[in-house]
Design a protein around this ligand. Structure first.
Ligand code: NAP
Length: 287
């Protein structure tokens, strides 16, 4: 990729540790080039112990206009920001920060990124109870998204009772008008029978992991109109989605969430529409 860095070039980046595998630089730089803007998007590897110094230090670097955050910084960054927008507060995680009048303002674009492919579908979400597998950071964004869609019930299934209790406490302290329940993995068969949308928010099935969070027999319990969504975007499709598709269910992978969370972040920084198709093509080339 040829890039013209000048004295006026402004900087975006992604903070994480490690960030070596991040696809965000490729996706954002493709959009920036297509828009003909004098920006560059760079990896910002920052160890946990240095996050405080990095957030304060980058404030002094006037060319840095905004940044994304990924594992392990999405939660820890919150008290270091000048303002956190309501959507990020409700999730308890920030993935995008923008410099606005010399203040760091944080938001969360994972929620709308997750919803984006679902908005394309002709579906009455108020009739679609959600079942979420896993209770990590991504599951929190998915709960907020299902609430936003209007799902009548949101069930979160996890394997660690203590963590589930904590998850419930954190989510219900932030969200109003929720219908959230947490369950042990053993409750899954009963839940699957009444599922409208089933979401895998665990890393099971990622990259070289050949496993699936639920079996073919469990997948058979889902209603015929159920939608199955895997947050994982590599491999495409995962075994989870393969067995869903083999059952004739609508299957969605994590790629659109990845693209859309990036596009929404870039729009937030630039205050103008961004070429999402260019971002999609740039990502597909890398996968
Ligand atoms: P995380 O915070 O580490 O949470 C992972 C969750 O999965 C935890 O609840 C964990 O349970 C559970 N889990 C892990 N291994 C499991 C197993 N073998 N069986 C059952 N549950 C298991 O990770 P995250 O950030 O939420 O990410 C989750 C997945 O979403 C990852 O694959 C990530 O790549 C994907 N993701 C995709 C996008 C996108 O844009 N498409 C965005 C964010 C995340 P314990 O707490 O009991 O360990």
């Amino acid at each position: 990729m040829s890039m013209n860095i000048s004295g006026k070039t402004k900087i975006f980046g992604v903070m994480g540790f490690p960030v070596i595998h991040s696809l965000s630089p490729v996706m954002h730089n493709a959009a920036i080039a297509a828009m003909g803007l004098d920006y560059v998007y760079v990896p910002l590897p920052i160890p946990v112990a240095d996050l405080v110094a990095a957030i304060a230090g980058l404030k002094a670097v006037q060319s840095v206009q905004g940044f994304n955050l990924t594992i392990p910084h999405k939660v820890e960054v919150i008290p270091l920001l000048d303002e956190v927008l309501p959507i990020a507060k409700s999730v308890g995680a920030v993935n995008t920060v923008k410099r606005i009048e010399e203040r760091w303002v944080g938001t969360n674009t994972d929620v709308e990124g997750f919803i984006a492919p679902l908005r394309q579908m002709d579906c009455d979400w108020t009739k679609m109870p959600a079942v979420i597998l896993g209770s990590g950071g991504a599951a929190k964004a998915v709960v907020a998204a299902c609430l936003e869609l209007g799902c009548p019930m949101i069930h979160v299934v996890g394997r660690d009772r203590k963590k589930m209790k904590k998850f419930y406490g954190e989510m219900t302290s932030q969200l109003r008008d929720y219908n959230l329940r947490v369950h042990p993995w053993a409750s899954l068969p009963h839940l699957l029978e009444v599922t409208g949308i089933l979401i895998n928010a665990t890393p099971v099935g990622m990259a070289s992991d050949p496993n699936t969070p639920i079996s073919t027999a469990e997948m058979a319990l889902l209603p015929n109109n159920a939608i199955v969504y895997d947050l994982i975007y590599t491999p495409r499709p995962t075994k989870f989605l393969k067995i869903a598709a083999a059952r004739g269910l609508t299957a969605i992978d994590g790629l659109e969430m990845l693209i859309n969370q990036g596009a929404i972040a870039l729009e937030f920084w630039l205050d103008q529409p961004v070429p999402i198709e260019i971002m999609r093509q740039a990502l597909l080339k890398q996968l």
